[in-house]
Write a protein that binds this ligand. Structure first.
Ligand SMILES: *Cc1c(COP(=O)(O)O)cnc(C)c1O
Length: 743
């Protein structure tokens, strides 16, 4: 039992939780264990144990339970121990937590225990993990997916460990200035006060690994984050022993230049494998979640060579047989490549250790062989040395096969061995407690454990329309309140005129159809598509009987000038007096704002340039709460959307046509026209058609259809079961037959 024994293993110590425990009254000791295990974050009863201690401090500390407990006086804590209601909840949560950790009846135990053994867990490598707003080491979709992957793996009992980096300043923070231009800034994360634990050896020294980065040796220390039954190991180079420059190697997520990027990928891949070895963990499978971690394959080969004395080409097959790869982007520029020059300066010493020549080594990452200056591609390396590869939706699988046919000479596109497993979301994380409560009543208390079961979701029909609608309305009001307070704070910080700040009180109306649009402002996501015909949009938003309002949120990458201009256009639009109360932009998008948005919107809008959205997951979070998707048929929505024989949407709406065109102006024109038409003539009439009880029965029917059809398919329990049975279990022989090009 590698995973469990690590915490009781005498070789390692985890002093942080113990330190916190000593500050607490005896009868509340277990709050320290809860605080250091993100299990609490997807169990609302556990969240309440923290938030009720001091709701204001809870918000101030970004819902970080360690900071909260450290800030609360012993007096207040002992006061809580005299509250029978609180202590009752405490006992129940602790019991549930302990039962969970014991994990006696998990899905794996019942279905796959012969194939997946805790002795040799799956090692899941990813450059970012988005578990919760209190651990800001994520930027967006990839990270959230990785976080949800860990949570479902834990729930299902899949033996898995996560491997990633701990960034001192995480991803950049966003502030918009008075001209609507995005300003980027960074904030230090106080590791010592976060729910993460430094791993110490028996002698009290931290567990560290060393690797060469360019011409210096760099040390990284290893931290542990507990995610239910799963351990996530994060590496950080901010150590006194390191050169001051190297201490910043793990400073920023996706910041810096190509050199920082390759250095971080060396840390993640090579350092990650060394960290697992230092902890005594021998994985059965390496799962590379995106190409960033592909160097781990080289290090796994090197260690296998040391162990067996065999040559690189002999051990490569062994490593390939235990490695799987998930690719995440259909945008060619989204795949990391490093120049041969850069590879020389980082790897000249390393390929000698593999007993390879420069040509042989560089060929591992070359799309085309024979050109000594062909850049080194991380996706190429990952595809070469893995037994199976997948895209993240059916369409993305297809696009990926087309994109990488070049690696498989003599094969047709269809025969390229890249399959697909469509992404999902962790149901309990993304469902509002108010809705979860309804599902508990009507679907059963174990609804989240069985989120993959279509029969379970059929019982949605038992929920009275008025009850579903009422809860949705409450969540929408919460969202509006949250939006107003965030927008007001931004306006004050920007020093806006008094009249503008004051008007925030009228911003958004709970009775009006509310659209949410929140994601990275990459140009291909077309955040301003709605403004293509500004007058037509204005008419839609200010319609006398059937008005519409929208909430935007999202960041543009610091280097993305065009993305920043899109945000600026939206901000200008927000200032237009005619629609000032109908358009809002929430700064600094993060998991917390995402949660509020997906809980409360009526409609989630997604209009990327097809087929550039690999999957998308935010729309799936909206489904979990009864919201409806209005989206281009790209990524997951191609699989989720259902229409009747007349092409009328049953569980949401499709923008534009199911076509790929390379003429972007034409596509923008078709898609925006389609979006306007939907809003004017299809969506608003259903929304505003109310019965005598005020309930829009046609709308609620669609909410229920969406819940029934989308929820069982697009959750991470289903996704993890697919990964476990198709990719992780050793007899799964979805073979990548790509033979390694020997030079
Ligand atoms: C879910 C989520 C994403 C991913 O959204 P998509 O645009 O659908 O890929 C990004 N950021 C945050 C904060 C999220 O919660």
């Amino acid at each position: 039992m590698t995973q469990v024994s690590l915490s009781t293993n005498k070789n390692f110590q985890f002093p942080e939780a113990e330190k916190l425990r000593l500050r607490l009254p005896t009868s509340l000791h277990r709050l320290a264990d809860l605080a250091y295990n993100y299990w609490w974050s997807w169990h609302s009863e556990a969240v309440a144990l923290f938030s009720t201690l001091d709701p204001i401090a809870w918000d101030r500390y970004a819902h970080n339970p360690v900071m909260l407990l450290e800030s609360i006086g012993f007096d207040r804590l002992t006061q809580m121990t005299c509250d029978p209601q609180y202590m009752d909840n405490y006992d129940q949560v602790v019991r549930k937590f302990d039962t969970y950790l014991a994990g006696d009846r998990t899905w794996v135990k019942q279905n796959l225990s012969a194939n997946l053994s805790p002795e040799h867990p799956i090692a899941y490598f990813c450059a970012e993990f988005g578990l919760h707003e209190s651990l800001p080491v994520y930027s967006g979709g990839l990270g959230i997916l990785a976080g949800d992957h860990l949570k479902s793996a834990s729930d299902l009992g899949i033996p898995l460990v996560g491997v990633g980096l701990l960034y001192r300043q995480g991803y950049f923070r966003q502030r918009l200035n008075r001209s609507g231009w995005q300003e980027d800034y960074y904030v230090n994360a106080p590791f010592e006060q976060m729910p993460i634990e430094r791993i110490l050896q028996a002698d009290g020294e931290g567990v560290t690994v060393e690797m060469r980065v360019r011409d210096r040796m760099v040390k990284a220390q290893v931290w542990r984050v507990r995610v239910g039954r799963i351990q996530l190991y994060l590496l950080d180079t901010d150590l006194q022993d390191n050169d001051p420059i190297d201490r910043w190697l793990t400073g920023h997520l996706y910041g810096g230049n190509q050199e920082t990027r390759i250095a971080q990928e060396v840390l993640l891949g090579i350092g990650g494998v060394r960290a697992l070895a230092a902890l005594g963990i021998e994985p059965s499978v390496n799962h590379l979640n995106e190409g960033h971690a592909a160097f781990c394959l080289l290090e796994a080969c090197r260690q296998e060579m040391l162990k067996t004395g065999k040559s690189f080409y002999d051990v490569e097959k062994t490593v390939r047989d235990k490695s799987v790869f998930t690719t995440h982007t259909p945008v060619p520029a989204g795949h990391d490549v490093f120049s041969a020059d850069l590879m020389d300066s980082f790897f000249a010493h390393y390929w000698q250790g593999l007993d390879l020549s420069r040509e042989q080594f560089l060929a591992l990452g070359a799309r085309r062989l024979g050109d000594p200056w062909e850049p080194f591609g991380m996706t190429v390396l990952a595809l070469r040395i893995s037994r199976a590869a997948n895209g993240v939706s059916e369409l993305h699988g297809e696009v990926s096969r087309k994109m990488w046919t070049v690696l498989y000479p003599g094969r047709s596109e269809e025969a390229v061995p890249i399959g697909y497993i469509t992404n999902g979301v962790h149901a309990e994380t993304w469902t509002a407690p108010l809705m979860a409560d309804l599902y508990s009543t009507y679907l059963g208390k174990d609804w989240a454990d069985r989120a993959y079961d279509p029969d379970l979701w059929k019982k949605i029909d038992d929920i009275p329309d008025a009850e579903l609608w009422k809860r949705h309305q409450i969540l929408k009001e919460r969202l509006i309140a949250h939006t107003r307070s965030r927008v007001r704070a931004s306006r004050e910080a920007r020093g806006e005129e008094w009249d503008v700040i004051n008007s925030t009180g009228q911003l958004l109306d709970p009775k009006v159809l509310t659209i949410g649009f929140a994601r990275r402002f990459s140009p291909y996501k077309r955040g301003d598509l709605l403004l293509r015909d500004a007058q037509r949009a204005l008419n839609i938003f200010t319609h006398a009987d059937r008005p519409v309002q929208i909430i935007f949120s999202g960041k543009a990458h610091p280097a993305d000038e065009e993305g920043k201009r899109i945000i600026q256009r939206l901000m200008e639009w927000c200032r237009n007096h005619e629609i000032r109360d109908r358009v809002a932009f929430i700064e600094d998008y993060d998991i917390y704002t995402a949660r509020k948005l997906v809980h409360g919107v009526d409609i989630w809008l997604n209009n990327p340039r097809r087929p550039l959205e690999a999957s998308g997951t935010s729309g799936q979070k909206v489904c979990m709460n009864g919201g409806l998707n209005c989206s281009v048929l790209d990524g997951w929505w191609c699989e989720g959307y259902q229409a009747d024989s007349n092409g009328v949407g049953l569980n949401g709406w499709a923008i534009g046509e199911n076509a790929n065109t390379s003429d972007t102006t034409l596509q923008d024109q078709i898609d925006s026209g389609s979006l306007y038409h939907l809003l004017e003539s299809v969506i608003t009439p259903v929304y505003y058609d109310r019965g005598s009880d005020g309930v829009p029965s046609g709308w609620v029917k669609m909410m229920k259809a969406s819940l029934k059809t989308n929820c069982p398919a697009f959750n991470t329990h289903r996704m993890l079961m697919d990964y476990a049975t198709q990719l992780y279990a050793p007899q799964s022989q979805a073979k990548v037959e790509l033979s390694l090009a020997k030079v």
